[in-house]
Design a protein around this ligand. Sequence first.
Ligand SMILES: [Zn+2]
Length: 240
Amino acid sequence: MKEEIKNLIELQTIDLEVYKINEEMRDGLSSLDLRRKSIEDDKKIISDYQEQLESGAKRRRELEVMISDEEERIKDRQSKIMNIQTNREYQSILKEIEDTKLANKQREDELLLLIEQLEAMENKIEEIKNKCAAEEEKIKKDSTAVEHKAAKLEKKKKDIVKAREAQAAKVNKKYLKRYETLKERRSGLAVAGVAAGVCLGCNMNIPPQMFNELLREDEILSCPTCNRMMYHQPEESTEE
Ligand SMILES: [Zn+2]
């Protein structure tokens, strides 16, 4: 039984290493993906701004045309007012001039505000574009590094998988099946030591009777709480 447990622990050590390598590979790639996604988001913001910029520019042209047309009208009325005969007509044209001036003043205010907004938007677009370009350049470099690392990890994994096959062949089929099932369900940790009556897989006490059985090492027992295959871990080997 001691040999069986030893073989299982050895197998688990190898599998945990494979697990770690897989995770490392995934982390590297997913962080790149996240950064690429963030650039995509920024580009969407840029295209939104550009749409706003276009409609803003259209409004700007409209206002400029309107303002200059109305200025013409004011000039026209001002020259007309010289030749007015009746007071009523004079008052009417005067009012028209004042109203037109007021309306134009409002348009000019709108135009000024709009120009400011368009400028701010252009700056913002420029800023985001620069940020994206710098980040894209960085990602290019980093992804080469990640690919390089992934290739290294892949090679390391291949070697480990070979060792894993050899080790799995040493394990009794009956235990291997149990091990594989538990490995899936317990994120890689299928075999757990028991120290001072506590399962180190789930940190729960096991019944004293079971602990005694465990010490006899007649068969491989399962933790009543987490179901992991247990082995006795002498206390001097734990940090206490
Ligand atoms: Zn347990």
